[in-house]
Write a protein that binds this ligand. Structure first.
Ligand code: FAD
Length: 283
């Protein structure tokens, strides 16, 4: 059985919460056309028409699956897919930077992590309240250290650590929601200038999307991908296994692809700056 017939099957064999596509069988992603399909009219023309329809539906299914459903291989135990660790060429970096600019995000380029660190210093105003997201990139190039220990800023992360989670829960939530600056990274940057950021708790996504007055993102050039669908794959097949292993080591708990922010455009001019670094930084 296919499509709505399959969904209405009294045996309840359709396994997903979404409706099946028209010729999709109860094995999601497998389509049936022609005589083999339950209820078909057993005619050549119908078989040919359904066959071409099935091809189009397969493509539609791929696109939808890539964006909204975790791939079957998403597992913390899967080996991180090495294709996502390769640095993008200079040409692809330039393409992504130009696209960011078109999308209202100020692109800066840095040859090294040390150069990126210098750029962040030049962008942050002394005395400002700065919230650095948990990020391997910020740790690796010393930006986390600058924010938390240089004495030049008010490091919000340290302030939150010192507060009482039970007694000051509301105050902590309010503080974390609207810092002067949030400094972090992303998990994928597309050649079309979209930014993808994943979070197990979701806590950093609100400030990045709109709460913080200004946002500075530092992006290793291995994070550039052709499009949003590939960015999603990068999250599930590369970032997730590595982050899960890190979370288990650091906090003794698993991670999860629980919240994903896809930012296609910044509406407030000058609010978001993205520094693309010609080095492999973070994951
Ligand atoms: C005698 C007869 C007369 C007909 N007259 C007309 C007519 O005048 N007009 C009309 O429109 N329709 C007619 N039909 C119907 C028409 O032939 C079918 O509707 C049409 O061929 C269906 O196409 P299909 O690709 O779905 O299946 P099929 O044409 O049956 O093709 C299925 C193919 O899959 C192969 N196959 C099966 N199992 C496997 C497997 N496990 N691995 C790999 N390959 C496999 C089969 O060998 C076959 O080649 C007639 C049918 C018959 C039997």
């Amino acid at each position: 059985m296919t499509g709505s017939d399959g969904a209405a099957d009294p045996g309840g064999s359709w396994p997903l919460p979404r409706e099946p596509l028209p010729l999709e069988t109860n094995r999601p992603g497998v389509f049936a056309a022609g005589d083999v399909r339950c209820g078909s009219v057993k005619r050549c023309a119908a078989a040919i028409g359904e066959g071409s329809m099935a091809v189009a539906l397969v493509h539609r299914g791929w696109r939808r699956r890539a964006v909204t459903e975790p791939p079957a291989v998403a597992s913390p135990d899967a080996a991180a897919s090495p294709e996502f660790a390769e640095l993008a060429s200079d040409e692809r970096i330039a393409t992504a930077a130009a696209a960011l600019e078109r999308n209202g995000i100020r692109p800066l380029r840095a040859a090294t992590g040390a150069d990126a660190r210098g750029l962040v210093r030049s962008l942050l105003t002394g005395g400002a309240e700065v919230y650095n997201n948990t990020s391997q990139t910020l740790e690796a190039i010393g930006v986390a250290d600058d924010i938390e220990r240089s004495g030049r800023y008010q490091p919000l992360r340290l302030r939150l650590y010192r507060m009482d989670r039970e007694m000051q829960r509301r105050e902590m939530r309010t503080l974390a929601a609207s810092p002067d600056y949030v400094v972090g990274s992303v998990h994928a940057l597309t050649e079309g200038g979209s930014l993808l950021i994943v979070s197990a708790s979701g806590s950093q996504l609100g400030p990045l999307a709109s709460g913080a007055a200004r946002v500075i993102l530092i992006i290793g050039a291995q994070k550039i991908v052709p499009d949003v669908a590939t960015g999603m794959r990068r999250i599930y097949e590369y970032c997730y296994p590595l982050e899960d292993a890190r979370a288990r080591r650091a906090y003794g708990v698993p991670s999860g692809v629980n919240n994903i922010l896809v930012s296609n455009k910044a509406v407030t001019p000058g609010r978001v700056t993205a520094i693309i670094v010609n080095e492999r930084l973070g994951f």
